[in-house]
Ligand binder design. Structure first.
Ligand code: 4AD
Ligand code: MG
Length: 454
C-alpha cells in the first residue's frame, strides 16, 4: 500500500506535541479562544486530540497571517505552522507546550458562533448539542467514554468471552412491560430491545462465555439524572457460574475499566477537574451487603434523621420488599469507600428470570453494584433460573405470554446448567468516572423523555 502523503500526514496531533520539542510542526484545528493586543495574539487551538496555545508575534509572520490571526472569529478552521516550545505554565491539554507561530492558513472563517464563554442555559446547550460537543468539557467526556468502551471490550476479549451480537428488534419484553418502545414489524408488534440477555442465554450454550454490547431502549416515563431512553449496555453471560462466582468476575471487570481509564485518560480527567482519589481505590475485593442488612441500615438511619445528597433531603424509610430509590442507593453506597454489591433483593422487585434462593423463595439470587459518590446502580446481574418448570411458573406469575418465551424455556431442556450474567450501563459508568451529575452529558446525542433533537 502506498503511504498517504501531503499535509494530512505532515500534521501533528496536539496530544503528541512533546515528541516535537523545538521542532517546526503543522497543526490542523479550530480556534477555540483568542486574546491579545498590539503585536501579540494568543490563539487557543484545538484539534480533537488536545488544546494548545499558539502565540502569533507580528515580527514572526507575514502581514496577511498576522491580520488573519487578529480578526479571526471563534471556531474558524485553520492550519498553523509553528515551533513547539516547552513551557511549564503553558495552558492547554496536555499542556506544557506552546506553539511559536510562523504561518497561519485559514480554512474557513466561521460564522458568529452561538456558544460563547459566558454561561448558557442547559436547554440552549442541548438544542445546540451538535456544537456544544466541541467544548473542552464535552470533548474530555467523549474521550473518556471511548476509553471506557475499549476497556469494556478488551477485558472480555482477553478473558475468554466471545462477542455474539443480539437482535435489536424483538418480539417480547425482558425487563418489564412498562418501558417498551413498540414499533411496527410488517403488521406485527415488535419492541426495541431492553436487553440482549435472553439471547445471551442461548449463546452461552454455543460458546460458554459470551457478551453482547449495543444500544438498548427503555421508554422511561420519568426525568431523572440517571435515566436515558436509549443507552449502551455491555452484557456478559457465563455458563457454569453461580451468583458468588459472578461477583468475583464483576469486581475484577469494573476495577479493570476504572484503572485503565485513570491510566489512559489522566489529561481528560484533569480537564474535567475530577478528583480521582476515590477512583484509585476501586480495586478488588468490593464490599458485599445483603438487601436485608441494607434495609436495616437504611431504616436505622432514616429514624435518626440522616439526610442525603445532592439536596440534603431526609432519607426515607424503606419497607422490606420495596425497591431502592435514588436516596437509598446513595445512602448505602456512602457506607463504603468502594463500589458495593447489594445482593438477594426481593423477587417481587426484580425480573422474572432470576433464580430464587433455595429455602427463601421471596428473595432472588440477584446483585446490583452501586457506585460511590451517589452515582447509583451501574451494574445489575443475577443467577438465572435453570429449571424449565420453575421458569414457566415465573413467566405465568409475571403474566407474560408463554408462547413468546417458548424458545427461552427450551434452553433449560438440553443440558441446562447454573448460569449467571450482568449488565453494565456505559453512560452511568461515564458519569461516575467523569464526575458529572447528569447523564445527558455522557452520550453524544442523548435521548431523553422530552428530547429527540438533534
Ligand atoms: O439492571 P438492568 O435493567 O439489567 C438488565 O437489563 C439485565 N438484563 C442485565 C443482565 O443481567 N444481562 O440494567 C443494567 C444496567 C443498570 O445497572 C444501569 O447501569 C443501566 O443498565 N441502565 C440504564 N442506564 C441509563 N438509562 C437507563 N434507563 C438505564 N436502565 C438501566
Ligand atoms: Mg437494575
Amino acid at each position: 500500500m502506498s503511504p498517504i502523503t501531503g499535509s494530512y500526514t505532515a500534521s501533528v496531533r496536539i496530544e503528541n506535541i512533546a515528541r516535537y520539542d523545538g521542532q517546526e510542526v503543522i497543526i490542523q484545528g479550530w480556534l477555540q479562544l483568542k486574546t491579545g493586543k498590539g503585536k501579540l495574539q494568543f490563539l487557543r487551538v484545538r484539534d480533537g486530540s488536545g488544546i494548545i496555545q499558539a502565540v502569533v508575534f507580528k515580527g514572526n509572520v507575514s502581514a496577511e497571517a498576522f491580520e488573519a490571526a487578529r480578526r479571526l472569529p471563534l471556531e474558524s478552521s485553520l492550519i498553523v505552522t509553528g515551533v513547539a516550545r516547552a513551557d511549564q505554565r503553558a495552558p492547554g491539554f496536555p499542556g506544557g507546550y506552546e506553539l511559536d507561530v510562523r504561518d497561519l492558513e485559514v480554512v474557513q472563517e466561521s460564522a458568529e458562533y452561538p456558544i460563547g464563554p459566558k454561561e448558557h442555559g442547559v436547554e440552549f446547550l442541548m438544542d445546540n448539542r451538535h456544537l456544544w460537543l466541541r467544548s473542552t468539557r464535552q470533548w474530555a467526556i467523549l474521550r473518556v467514554r471511548a476509553t471506557i468502551i475499549k476497556a469494556i471490550r478488551d477485558w472480555l476479549d482477553d478473558n475468554g468471552f466471545t462477542l455474539v451480537d443480539t437482535p435489536i428488534l424483538t418480539p417480547a419484553a425482558a425487563e418489564g412491560t412498562t418501558t417498551l418502545f413498540q414499533t411496527d414489524y410488517h403488521g406485527m408488534p415488535a419492541f426495541l430491545a431492553q436487553t440482549g440477555q435472553l439471547y445471551n442465554e442461548a449463546n452461552i450454550f454455543a460458546v460458554g462465555k459470551t457478551y453482547c454490547f449495543g444500544p438498548t431502549f427503555r421508554a422511561e416515563k420519568s426525568k431523572t439524572r440517571r435515566h436515558l431512553q436509549e443507552f449502551w449496555m455491555v452484557e456478559p453471560e457465563i455458563a457454569f457460574c453461580t451468583l458468588e462466582q459472578l461477583l468475583e468476575i464483576e469486581e475484577q471487570y469494573v476495577s479493570y475499566i476504572v484503572q485503565t481509564t485513570l491510566r489512559k485518560r489522566a489529561v481528560e480527567l484533569a480537564a474535567l477537574e475530577r478528583d480521582t482519589s476515590t477512583l484509585a481505590k476501586v480495586v478488588p475485593p468490593f464490599p458485599r451487603i445483603s438487601y436485608d442488612d441494607a434495609v436495616t441500615r437504611i431504616n436505622a438511619a432514616a429514624a435518626a434523621g440522616v439526610t442525603v445528597p445532592p439536596n440534603d433531603e431526609p432519607l426515607p424509610a424503606l419497607p422490606w420488599g420495596e425497591d431502592f430509590g435514588a436516596p437509598h442507593e446513595t445512602f448505602v453506597a456512602s457506607l463504603f469507600d468502594k463500589p458495593v454489591f447489594v445482593h438477594h433483593y426481593p423477587s417481587q422487585v426484580k425480573a422474572f428470570y432470576m433464580e430464587s434462593e433455595p429455602g427463601r423463595p421471596e428473595v432472588c439470587r440477584s446483585c446490583d453494584l452501586l457506585a460511590p459518590e451517589g452515582y447509583g446502580e451501574i451494574v445489575g446481574g443475577s443467577e438465572r433460573m435453570s429449571d424449565p418448570d420453575l421458569l414457566l411458573a415465573a413467566i405465568d406469575r409475571h403474566h407474560l405470554p408463554r408462547e413468546a418465551y417458548a424458545w427461552y424455556v427450551d434452553l433449560r431442556r438440553y443440558g441446562s446448567v447454573p448460569h449467571s450474567g450482568f449488565g453494565l450501563g456505559v453512560e452511568r459508568t461515564v458519569a461516575w468516572l467523569c464526575g458529572i451529575d447528569h447523564i445527558r452529558e455522557t452520550v453524544p446525542f442523548p435521548r431523553l423523555l422530552n428530547r429527540l433533537y438533534p
